[in-house]
Design a protein around this ligand. Structure first.
Ligand SMILES: Cc1cc2nc3c(=O)[nH]c(=O)nc-3n(C[C@H](O)[C@H](O)[C@H](O)COP(=O)(O)OP(=O)(O)OC[C@H]3O[C@@H](n4cnc5c(N)ncnc54)[C@H](O)[C@@H]3O)c2cc1C
Length: 409
């Protein structure tokens, strides 16, 4: 059953670029575009910048230490304020991350719209020329020379009809587990550098007569504080593209975190005074759409250290798949490799790029490049390519930029 709607949608404006989603990839892209003098609109459905970094209570900041550009700027700014370090020398304070990103976005002259949700693409055939979005003011359209999909889930590209992969041969049950992160306070002094929580949690679960849902949990303190985030809950076989399944996964996650908190405080004297602060308002989805691009990054590429002339990111982080089979992680090392711009260009489409975890690659490759240092770097360099393409009126696939400038080692 369908209803037919007749809508008159006001046009908000025309932009060089519209970036949808303000996670690490979207922030990198928007800042680079703004700095290059491009008229840029960034829309975000929540009320801050950072995506999983901030709304998802994600920590620590992986694959940052070989990076220049925005990644290095963020880490430097966080360190200057005493808000970076601690756990594996890469944990950060969420509120400072939001604030520093807002400062950089403002300095770059990017127009930011919070509480604004993308709803559809405007396209003629395979050429995207704008979006429709909604917020408190209603629906609006905005036109752009290029739309950059940084939604994590590839929502914009999918709405434009770009082909994508999901799980194994479309089976979402093979996607990595989802996690609802939660904050705890009053962490005992002895554990303020962080802790692999398995032994303690497993013992508490045993005492409670329950089976632990995940075998590699971590307590990750935020620097210079008594609080931190627990990476523990694991929800398997939920469809990341179905709102009802995401709701079920969220509720399952909340049950798991309440159990974990109650068992730990009840059965482990070290944690008797631990406080439960809150869970993130966004469910952590590790894996969903992978948009098919002009290049498809393979497991062989990441194992052999592939290099590309159009490189936009230099990845050193190993693959990390959160699998149901072992209720743990399947990890393997990679040979440091490049991501080419072509993996960010949906195959056969114009006027649209993707950046972040939804780019074109296999599940195994994604399990390595998905971490935030890589998403931010590829977003930033995609923004640089796009700005040059717009400035010179050249198709983005024809633009040449020196790798040593984008990825100085
Ligand atoms: C549980 C979990 C733990 C992780 N742990 C780590 C870790 O320790 N270290 C690490 O570096 N990485 C970690 N990762 C990986 C990393 O967080 C993500 O892969 C990364 O954030 C992806 O970046 P992104 O910019 O592509 O997407 P996201 O960070 O997901 O950002 C996407 C943004 O788009 C917005 N958006 C989505 N749809 C719309 C829409 N329709 N309209 C408007 N806005 C929209 C979202 O609100 C969000 O702000 C973890 C991931 C998960 C799920």
């Amino acid at each position: 059953m369908f209803i037919q709607e007749r809508l008159e949608t006001p046009i908000r404006g025309e932009y060089d670029a519209i970036v949808v989603g303000a996670g690490p990839a979207g922030c990198g892209a928007a800042i680079a575009l703004g700095r290059a003098g491009m008229k840029t609109l960034l829309i975000e459905k929540f009320n801050c910048l950072g995506g999983a970094w901030t709304t998802g209570f994600m920590n620590p900041f992986f694959d940052y230490n070989n990076k220049s550009g925005i990644v290095n700027e963020l880490v430097t700014a966080l360190k200057e304020r005493g808000q970076f370090g601690g756990f594996w020398d890469r944990s950060f304070n969420y509120e400072y991350m939001k604030h520093i990103l807002e400062q950089k976005m403002t300095e770059a002259g990017v127009e930011v719209l919070y509480n604004t949700t993308f709803s559809r693409t405007l396209a003629e055939g395979n050429r995207v020329y704008g979006i429709v979005a909604e917020n408190i003011g209603g629906r609006f359209a905005a036109m752009a020379k290029t739309v950059v999909d940084c939604t994590g889930d590839g929502n914009v590209a999918a709405a434009a009809g770009c082909p994508f992969e999901l799980g194994v041969d479309g089976d979402y049950r093979e996607c990595q587990a989802m996690t609802l992160m939660f904050l705890v306070g009053n962490i005992p002094e002895a554990y303020r550098d962080g802790l692999m929580l398995f032994e303690k949690l497993n013992a508490a679960y045993n005492k409670a007569g329950k089976e632990i849902p995940f075998r590699v949990p971590y307590l990750i303190p935020v620097p210079n504080s008594h609080f931190g985030v627990v990476q523990f809950t694991h929800m398997y076989e939920h469809d990341p593209l179905d709102a009802q399944a995401l709701t079920r996964a969220t509720m399952e996650g909340r049950q798991q975190l309440i159990d974990a908190f109650e068992f730990l405080t009840r059965y482990d004297p070290d944690f008797k005074d631990l406080e439960l602060i809150t869970s993130s308002s966004v469910l952590g989805v590790r894996e969903s759409r992978r948009i098919i691009g002009e290049y498809y990054l393979t497991e062989e590429d990441i194992l052999s250290g592939a290099r590309f002339e159009d490189a936009v990111a230099h990845v050193t982080f190993g693959a990390d798949l959160h699998t149901k089979s072992n209720k743990g992680q399947h990890c393997f090392k990679v040979q440091p490799y490049h991501i080419p711009l072509r993996a960010l260009v949906p195959k056969g489409y114009k006027g649209i790029l993707v950046a972040g975890r939804c780019i074109s690659g296999s599940r195994e490759a994604m399990a390595s490049y998905r971490v935030t240092g890589n998403c931010a770097q590829m977003g930033e360099n995609a923004g640089r390519y796009l700005a040059e393409s717009i400035r010179t009126g050249t198709d983005i696939l024809e633009v040449k930029l020196p790798t040593e400038l984008l990825l100085p080692q």
